[in-house]
Design a protein around this ligand. Structure first.
Ligand SMILES: [Zn+2]
Length: 354
């Protein structure tokens, strides 16, 4: 008897709209995520305090914790504080990617579900089964359960610095390149491809790529938020980050590792990396289209636009395959020499300018 269906770990609540956070207690109680209203909120020590002042009156059963700081130590501290403070129905991560990743890890450690309430849209981590945390060795990815609820309040997103909203566009659009890398690996190495995960990630990217709006419109913000959620779930479906991360992410990780003090936002680097990788794959029309859309949203398409010279970018691309050993992308496939990367980059820069 073949398996006729499969269960996908996914959130039971996805609520994306203006004012969603005002209704948080009701949303979580209706869905029996927090029936007693006892919630442990993880917030940042900085901008988290203002959110606490704003929303604490509507959440009488909430306790607030500001241990989360994007490090594994901070996540362990957060888990210890929550365990000491009492019994809760759920942990709520209220903040940007660092806070949510710490909350994901802490929730897994204390055995509670996690509700992610994103205050910006900088990357696709809000709904992924991975917590990226700084550790003694630099940065690590830790497997965690997917959040049980995702709440995105567009009024809160509008208060975030616009750069942290736009960056998410780069992290979504680059999935066109990530999925193409997966297909390339399937053809070249026989790596198994999960059609559903690939479809979710690619369609999320296509929706953002083709949307005529910008970060000033609710309609565009909703599409971008939904795309980020779908990209996160595509990773749960695939069982790893494959549908969301190819050469685009190898290039972004290489920026982080080769120039740790100067790197730009993850999504900004992934968008640029995705457009360049698409060009390397020979899909020049799509590379031009991706670069055009990134540019339209004020995102970088050339390294100079985030403060790197062409030679530094070539160094980054050369280092990129080392960041994900075992992952086969266009970079591993072409295995270009320094000189060849230089030539291809010059062609790319010319192609997207014309
Ligand atoms: Zn990413």
């Amino acid at each position: 008897m073949p398996v006729l269906t499969r269960l996908i770990p996914s959130p039971v609540v996805v609520d994306i709209r203006r004012g969603a956070l005002d209704d948080l207690a009701a949303i979580l109680s209706d869905q029996r995520i927090a029936p007693s209203g006892r919630m442990a909120f993880a917030i940042s020590g900085g901008s988290g305090q203002a959110l606490r002042e704003r929303f604490a009156p509507t959440l009488p059963g909430a306790d607030w914790f500001d241990d989360a700081d994007g490090t594994i130590d901070g996540a362990v501290r957060l888990a210890d504080s929550i365990k000491k403070a009492g019994h809760y129905d759920t942990v709520v991560g209220l903040g940007g990617g660092k806070i949510i990743d710490c909350a994901k890890y802490a929730a897994a450690r204390v055995g509670l579900p996690l509700v992610a309430v994103a205050t910006n849209l900088a990357n696709d981590g809000l709904c992924s089964p991975v917590a990226t945390l700084d550790n003694d060795a630099g940065r690590g990815s830790y497997g965690v359960p997917n959040p049980i609820g995702i709440v995105i309040d567009l009024d809160v997103i509008r208060d975030a610095p616009v750069r942290y909203v736009r960056a998410g566009i780069g992290d979504v659009i680059c999935k066109i390149s990530a999925v193409a890398d997966w297909e390339l690996s399937h053809r070249e190495t026989g790596e198994q491809i999960d059609g559903l995960a690939a479809a979710m990630a690619r369609q999320a990217a296509e929706a953002v790529l083709r949307h005529p709006g910008g970060v000033g419109d609710d309609d565009f913000l909703t599409t971008l938020s939904e795309a980020l959620v779908l990209c996160g779930i595509s990773m749960s479906v695939a069982g790893d980050s494959r549908p969301a991360s190819g050469a685009c992410h190898e290039i972004s990780h290489a920026f982080d590792l080769v120039f740790p003090k100067r790197c730009a936002l993850h999504g900004e680097q992934c968008g640029l990396g995705g457009a360049f990788a698409t060009y390397l794959r020979g899909d020049h029309d799509m590379a031009r289209q991706m670069a055009g859309v990134l540019r339209q949203h004020g995102l970088p398409v050339l390294p100079e636009e985030i403060g790197f010279t062409a030679d530094e970018f070539i160094q980054v691309v050369e280092f990129a395959p080392k960041t994900r050993p075992g992952r086969y992308t266009i970079l591993e496939h072409l295995d270009l020499s320094t000189h060849e990367i230089k030539d291809r980059y010059a062609d790319y820069a010319k192609a997207i300018s014309s």
